[in-house]
Design a protein around this ligand. Structure first.
Ligand SMILES: [Zn+2]
Length: 475
C-alpha cells in the first residue's frame, strides 16, 4: 500500500469549518487523504514515506475553472484589440493553423505551467473543431504530466437558417448527429482515465459565437439532454465581449441577453458553467441562481480585453456558486492562480469600494472549493478533508518577498507568486518537490518545441508582422 505522510505544515484546509492547523500532518493512502490533524497528536504511521513541509503553507491545489490549453502557445498575441477584433483577426486565424501535434505540445506546456504555479486541476474549455484524434492529443499529455483536468468536447452545429448574417457563412464540418456521436465516444473513452480525467461538454451560446453561427438551438437542447443523462457539466462563455459591439448586436436581434436566450429556449439547467457573466441583467442572474448553474469569473482576462469586470457583489448576493479562472493564456498571459487571486481581490476593491467583499479568504475559497463546486468535483477536490483526493500544494513563504508576510493567508494572496510553490501532489502522487517536476522529465524539450510550434503557427496565420514587434509606438 502506498502511504505518504506530510508533516509539520501550516494547513489551510478550506473544509466546511475553514479550519487552519498551525502545525499539521496529512496522511495519504493511494490517491486519498485518510487522516489529518495537529502534530501534537500525530499517530504512528508505520511504513509511510515522510514529506517534511516544515514552515510551508499547505492548502488544496488550486482549481482553475476556465482555461483553453491550446492558447498556451499564444501569449501576448492579442494586445491592442477589443475582444471582437481579437477573435476575428487573431484567434480564429491561429485556431485554423493548429495540428494535433500543436495541440499536444500546448497541452504539455499548459499542464507544466499550472503544476509549477500550484494548480492541480483545470477546466480545459475546448473551442477548436475537435474530433476523437485531437481530443486524444490534448488528453494524453495531461496524464503524462500527472495533473487533473475536466476536458470538454465542444458541440458545434451550424444553424439553419443562419442565426445571423453578420459574418460570412462558414458551415461546420460535421452535422449534429456526428458531433453527438463523437462526444459520446470520447466521453466513453476518456472519462475517469488515470484517475485524472473528467469529461464534460462545451456549448457556445454567448453573443459573439451565436453571431458567428457556431451553435444551433437543436445542439443546445441536445447537449443539455446529454449532460443530464451522463451527469456532465457544460462550459459556456456568457455575457462577455464588448457591451456596445457583440452584446448590443445580440440584444438587438434577440431582444435580450445571453441568459435570456437560454431561458426562452428552455435550456437552463444546473449543468451549465457560465464563464465571465459580466453584463447580466438582474433577471438573468436570477435565472442562473434558480437553475443551480455556476459562474466562473476571470477578471484578468476581462481587464485585458477591456470587457468590463465581474459584478462580484451581485454574483455573490444572488447565491450563485462562483469560482475563479484564468481564461486562455492568450487573454491573460499567465495561468498563475496566485496572480488571479490577487487581481480578483484588487479589481473588486477598486470597483466596489468595499474592502471586505473580496478578502484573501474569499479569493482562496473561489480558487479552490468554489471552482471545484462549479465543476461538479467538490466531492473529490477543493479542500483538505479525509476521503477526498490528495491534490495538495505547499508554498514556501520563507523568501525575501514573503518571509515577513505577518499573516500567512494574506502573504500567499498579496505577496507570493505561484512559482513559490515547493511541493505538489496530485491524486496522491508527488509530482513537484523542491521546485522540480518529479514525474515528468521532458520539460526542457517541451519548452523548445512549444516555442518553435508557436512561431510557425503565427507565421502560417500571417500574423508575424503583428506579433513579432520589438516596440510599438505609444499613441
Ligand atoms: Zn475563454
Amino acid at each position: 500500500m502506498t502511504r505518504t505522510l506530510l508533516t509539520d505544515g501550516y494547513l489551510v484546509t478550506v473544509d466546511p469549518g475553514r479550519r487552519v492547523i498551525e502545525r499539521g500532518w496529512i496522511a495519504i493512502e493511494h490517491d486519498r487523504i485518510v487522516g489529518l490533524g495537529s502534530m501534537d497528536e500525530l499517530p504512528e504511521q508505520p511504513g509511510a514515506e515522510v514529506v517534511d513541509l516544515a514552515g510551508m503553507l499547505v492548502l488544496p491545489g488550486f482549481v482553475n475553472g476556465h482555461n483553453h490549453h491550446w492558447a498556451s502557445l499564444f501569449k501576448n498575441t492579442g494586445e491592442g484589440l477589443l475582444l471582437e477584433d481579437w477573435l476575428d483577426q487573431v484567434t480564429l486565424p491561429l485556431m485554423a493553423q493548429l495540428s494535433n501535434e500543436d495541440l499536444r505540445v500546448a497541452a504539455y506546456l499548459g499542464a507544466i505551467e499550472q503544476l509549477r504555479t500550484g494548480t492541480t486541476c483545470s477546466l480545459n474549455h475546448v473551442i477548436n473543431v475537435n474530433d476523437a484524434d485531437s481530443m486524444q492529443a490534448m488528453i494524453e499529455p495531461v496524464l503524462d504530466v500527472g495533473i487533473r483536468q475536466l476536458v470538454t468536447k465542444e458541440l458545434r452545429d451550424t444553424p439553419a437558417p443562419a442565426f445571423s448574417d453578420a459574418y460570412a457563412a462558414r458551415p461546420h464540418v460535421r452535422d449534429r448527429e456526428q458531433e453527438l456521436a463523437i462526444a459520446e465516444e470520447v466521453i466513453d473513452r476518456w472519462d475517469g482515465a488515470g484517475g485524472l480525467i473528467h469529461m464534460g461538454l462545451a456549448i457556445e451560446t454567448g453573443a459573439n459565437w451565436m453571431l458567428h453561427n457556431t451553435t444551433s438551438d437543436e445542439i443546445i437542447l441536445a447537449g443539455v439532454e446529454l449532460a443530464r443523462r451522463r451527469g456532465l457539466k457544460i462550459t459556456n462563455h456568457c455575457s462577455a465581449g464588448t457591451p456596445w459591439l457583440s452584446g448590443r448586436a445580440f440584444e438587438h436581434q434577440t431582444g435580450g441577453g445571453d441568459i435570456d436566450y437560454l431561458a426562452r429556449l428552455g435550456a437552463l439547467a444546473d449543468s451549465w458553467v457560465f464563464v465571465h457573466a459580466l453584463h447580466l441583467k438582474d433577471r438573468e442572474l436570477d435565472h442562473i441562481a434558480r437553475s443551480g448553474a455556476a459562474i466562473i469569473t476571470n477578471p484578468v482576462s476581462n481587464a485585458y480585453s477591456c470587457d468590463g469586470l465581474p459584478p462580484m457583489r451581485r454574483l455573490l448576493n444572488a447565491g450563485c456558486t462562483v469560482g475563479l479562472g484564468s481564461d486562455g493564456a492568450y487573454v491573460n498571459c499567465s495561468l498563475d492562480m496566485v496572480q488571479q487571486m490577487k487581481f480578483a481581490a484588487l479589481l473588486a476593491n477598486a470597483t466596489h469600494d468595499d474592502p471586505l467583499l473580496m478578502t484573501a479568504e474569499r479569493v482562496i475559497e473561489m480558487a479552490t472549493i468554489g471552482s471545484a463546486r462549479a465543476m461538479g468535483l467538490d466531492h473529490l477536490i477543493g479542500s483538505l478533508e479525509v476521503g477526498k483526493k490528495a491534490d495538495i500544494v505547499a508554498f514556501d513563504l520563507r523568501r525575501a518577498h514573503t518571509t515577513v508576510g505577518n499573516r500567512a493567508i494574506a502573504a500567499l494572496v498579496f505577496s507570493a507568486h505561484g512559482t513559490d510553490v515547493d511541493t505538489v501532489l496530485v491524486d496522491g502522487k508527488v509530482v513537484l518537490r523542491g521546485g522540480r517536476l518529479t514525474a515528468f522529465t521532458a520539460e526542457q524539450e517541451v519548452l523548445v518545441e512549444a516555442t518553435a510550434r508557436a512561431h510557425a503557427a503565427i507565421e502560417r496565420a500571417g500574423l508575424a508582422e503583428r506579433v513579432f514587434v520589438d516596440w510599438r509606438p505609444v499613441r
